[in-house]
Design a protein around this ligand. Structure first.
Ligand code: GCU
Length: 721
């Protein structure tokens, strides 16, 4: 493979698999047959001839430029035209996989591609070694597939070790120091590579005192983490505090246009790259929820971001600059200020002003990771800026990894949303930079194309960023089934059009290996034993619709934020109603919802291009699930399905609880199933008890609140507590 840690990793992975399942491996190392020699061949038995160019291999992993060309690759290449494949380069991380003449071949231009190809084989399982497979080219849709850890180095008095963490402590930090368990960081890197993630930020976007120093005297800690992640192609990024020149450098100002400040950042970047030559760059939360930022100096966010970008540019680094900027000191009486408007209002005028190595990181919705929000209109407002879309893998507002909530269907909806209607690009295109031609046909019922879409031209996007849901918990994610969200995040970052149900199948196979318990065939479920098929069916029944189930028993019709203040778990309808956070529902005896229309409200609907600006403006055309996000309506308002708003609230809240109860009993039915370890079964069973309790609490609080406000009884006469 040539040298390098990634090549070693591929070799070690193959050797490990061979040791486990029998068979032998031969690695042509540099120096024996040339620097670009075949990488690894796997023999059908342990006795692989050492001297020959190739043994009787079942599997050959090779670099495309390998010399000498392995026989299996040469043979395969002669067949490519017959398979309809072309000879496009695989790029830095892509790979080709094919099976011919009884040999499975993975080819890649670079070692990272071999690694991803290997994990692709793991996904295929025995199907990779069955019938002949035509040549398939796999390449990630985007170069950066990043998880942000909101991990604190020192335990924060309110937020603890991991802000919004529901899976135990940090895998990087403990009590102010680097964790003593770096082996686990290595295992994490492997897990990430298997999902396709290639970047992590190792500290919280809210940068407190101890964390700030990661940029200076604690760089060694970061380097130690980077050393463990590097063999799996994962690069480290750092959250940097905007005020670092003051806090760490002792300068009187952090003004991004000040000469000394710019010099300070340049030196900081230089030092960081001395310690970590492949550092990815910085992530910055500025002028947001109390974090310092350029506004204090009368500068724009482009000024702020560009100063850091200039410091990183000589080293190839990028700045992920977050667009989560809003006034969190709002008065509920002020009906013109609207938090939903803030990101677009602040950033759209800056389009075209950011350096090429700035990626603007935009939360998928205009508010804050609620179970249901419209897609952020900022994603359609910056055609000359590299945009990344940020999703929350950690389940802050979706059950905190105590509830089953498979989020891939939500993320897929976001990625498939076409801000300009059917003829325009989707969010997936915007953040990957791929042209709209790559996208599947949009559904017919979507509104027709609108204004402004011509301004959008394919350019390199910033990819997908997720807030990590991983901690030092035995199951990595607290709720074992929340692992599916981690996996799906990586898969969607790699292939944004992938089907969430198919992704879940992959995860089921990899996690529980149900197909291994029966005879395997070419299609996933062919040949499964009855028990394996039942496990797969049951997990789909529990998980496919779990996000919509959560939505049913939580805040209704897109209104959001009826959660307990501070920790955000469980219901509190008025918990935020009179606070400064700008998260209101405005329920009174006549109606509920936030008027964000241009006609009578905050005008937020006008931030969307046509057709959505018109669709959302109209209470009649607005999709039901977002009605209360955009409109204040009477309880008797009739939805598209013929139900009234108040009856919808009652019905969905009763239904949501019933669905949780059903999922819980489905899970109980898996007790003793061979492929579900007892400890895992018990953990999920306990969590289902809590989910059911909490869903009932949501149902009762929401239903009672709106019954009491509206005075309208349930048409079906159910008891409202
Ligand atoms: C939410 C979350 C905070 C986090 C913030 C962010 O508001 O509750 O803990 O800091 O998002 O994304 O910056």
């Amino acid at each position: 493979c040539g040298g390098g840690p990634l090549a070693e990793t591929v070799h070690d992975e193959v050797a490990r698999a061979c040791a486990r399942y029998g068979g032998g491996v031969r690695h042509s190392a540099p120096g024996t047959t040339g620097d670009r020699s075949p990488c690894a061949g796997v023999g059908g038995d342990a006795d692989v001839p050492g001297g020959a160019e190739e043994g009787p291999f079942d599997l050959v992993l090779a670099l495309t430029g390998a010399e000498p060309v392995p026989d299996a690759v040469r043979r395969l290449r002669t067949k490519w035209p017959a398979h309809g494949g072309d000879d496009r380069p695989t790029g830095e991380e892509g790979f080709v996989v094919a099976r011919h003449d009884g040999v499975t071949v993975v080819l890649a231009d670079e070692p990272a591609g071999l690694l991803y190809g290997l994990f692709h084989l793991v996904r295929l399982g025995e199907r990779a070694f069955g019938a002949a497979r035509p040549r398939e080219l796999h390449r990630p849709a985007t170069r950066r597939r990043m998880l942000d850890h909101w991990d604190n180095v020192a335990v924060h008095p309110v937020m603890g070790q991991v802000e919004r963490g529901y899976a135990g402590g940090s895998i990087f930090w403990r009590d102010g120091a680097l964790t003593g368990d770096l082996a686990r960081v290595g295992a994490y890197a492997r897990l990430l590579a298997a999902c396709g993630v290639n970047a992590v930020t190792v500290n919280n976007v809210n940068v407190h005192a101890a964390e700030a120093r990661l940029l200076t005297d604690r760089l060694g800690d970061v380097a130690a983490i980077a050393d463990r992640l590097r063999p799996y192609g994962v690069r480290v990024h750092l959250s940097a505090g905007f005020a670092s020149p003051v806090v760490l450098g002792g300068l009187p100002t952090a003004d991004p246009l000040d000469h000394d400040v710019r010099t300070w950042w340049a030196r900081a970047a230089e030092r960081a790259y001395q310690a970590i030559p492949d550092l990815g760059g910085f992530v910055v939360k500025a002028d947001s929820e109390g974090q310092p930022g350029p506004f204090a100096y009368g500068r724009s966010h482009a000024d702020g971001a560009n100063t850091l970008a200039d410091a990183l540019a000589p080293f190839g680094g990028v700045v992920h600059w977050r667009a989560f900027v809003y006034d969190h000191r709002q008065d509920w009486r002020d009906r013109s200020t609207d938090r939903a408007r803030a990101a677009r209002d602040h950033f759209a005028p800056l389009d075209g002003l950011f350096r090429d190595n700035v990626i603007l990181q935009v939360k998928h919705g205009p508010m804050d990771f609620q179970p249901r929000e419209p897609v952020s209109p900022l994603l359609a407002a910056m055609p000359r800026t590299r945009l990344a879309v940020e999703v929350q893998v950690t389940q802050e507002y979706t059950g905190q990894q105590r509830h089953v909530c498979y989020l891939a269907p939500m993320w897929s909806e976001v990625l498939a949303f076409r801000p300009w209607g059917t003829a325009g690009p989707a969010v997936a295109n915007i953040v990957t930079g791929a042209t709209a031609d790559d996208a599947p046909e949009p559904p017919d019922e979507e509104p027709q194309d609108g204004e402004g879409r011509d301004r959008w031209a394919a350019r390199e996007g910033g990819g997908l960023v997720g807030v990590s849901n991983v901690g030092d918990d035995h199951f990595w994610t607290g709720h074992p089934l929340a692992q599916a969200n981690l996996y799906a995040f990586g898969r969607l970052a790699w292939a944004p059009w992938a089907d969430p149900v198919a992704i879940l199948d992959e995860w089921i196979d990899l996690t529980f290996a149900p197909s291994k318990t029966g005879e395997t065939g070419d299609a996933g479920d062919v040949g499964e034993t009855g028990e394996a098929a039942r496990l797969r069916r049951t997990l789909h029944a529990i998980m496919d619709g779990s996000w919509r189930t959560y939505e049913r028993y939580a805040a209704p019709l897109g209104v959001g934020f009826m959660v307990r203040p501070g920790h955000h778990y469980g219901p509190d309808v008025d918990g935020y109603e009179y606070t400064p956070w700008g998260t209101y529902h405005f329920a009174d005896r006549d109606g509920v919802g936030v008027d964000r229309t241009r006609a009578t409200g905050t005008g937020f609907t006008g931030q969307f291009p046509r057709p959505w600006s018109q669709v959302y403006e109209s209470a009649e055309r607005c999709p039901d699930e977002l009605l209360l996000f955009f409109h204040h309506v009477p309880y008797g308002h009739v939805l598209h399905d013929g139900s009234t708003v108040i009856q919808h609230i009652y019905d969905t809240h009763f239904a949501g609880v019933e669905q949780v109860a059903e999922a819980r009993s489905l899970w109980a039915g898996l007790a003793g199933a061979g492929s579900v370890p007892a400890g895992l079964h018990a953990r999920v069973r306990e969590l289902f008890d809590e989910q059911l309790r909490c869903a009932e609490e949501w149902r009762d609080q929401i239903n009672a609140y709106f019954f009491r406000k509206s005075g309208v009884p349930d048409a079906r006469g159910r008891r409202i507590h």
